[in-house]
Design a protein around this ligand. Structure first.
Ligand code: ZN
Length: 167
């Protein structure tokens, strides 16, 4: 296992659509172990493979019930609405109020290749949607309303140029 640097906003690997896992081989087991170690070290509650530079459809998360793994996850149901100050390890130091469905159900495979589903409200629903978005090359900024989104992009660009906040 190893802790990997987390790719941040601007890295092209975060913008691509990740490749499906066709076979759960040793490389997938190693990837999951590395992702969990990196997520807990950050610390964070969820991590998608592209965030450590691997464009494959694997996510890990821990919504308080221990480590969970989803391979080739798909959002199969969502409902309601919930606004939450959402952050992302790939956009460190920022939180924005983002409205998403309050309930989500995601289906995928576990490390043994068995079908597995996770469903929940609020924080779990948020993590599931956020991580599946990463596999589609979508960052939370794209979920912001257009005015907030423009401001967020401006802030991030200024930060990248080195005259951002002095926090
Ligand atoms: Zn994220």
């Amino acid at each position: 296992m190893a802790i990997f640097p987390i790719r941040t906003f601007g890295d092209p690997v975060l913008r691509g659509r990740a490749d499906p896992i066709l076979e759960i081989d040793e490389s997938v087991h190693r990837l999951v172990a590395d992702m969990l170690e990196t997520m807990y070290h950050a610390p964070g509650v969820g991590l998608a493979a592209p965030q450590i530079g691997v464009s494959r459809r694997v996510v890990v998360f821990d919504a308080g019930e221990g480590p969970c793994v989803l391979i080739n996850p798909e959002l199969i149901e969502s409902s309601g609405e919930w606004t939450f100050d959402e952050g992302c390890l790939s956009v460190p130091g920022h939180f924005w109020p983002i409205t998403r469905p309050g309930f989500a159900r995601v289906r995928g495979l576990d490390l043994a290749g068995q079908d597995i589903e996770y469903a929940g409200d609020e924080l779990l629903a948020r993590i599931l949607q956020h991580e599946v978005d990463h596999l589609e090359g979508q960052l939370l900024i794209e979920r912001l309303e257009s005015k907030l989104r423009k401001q967020a992009l401006r802030d991030l660009r200024e930060e990248a140029l080195g005259f951002g906040t002095s926090e």
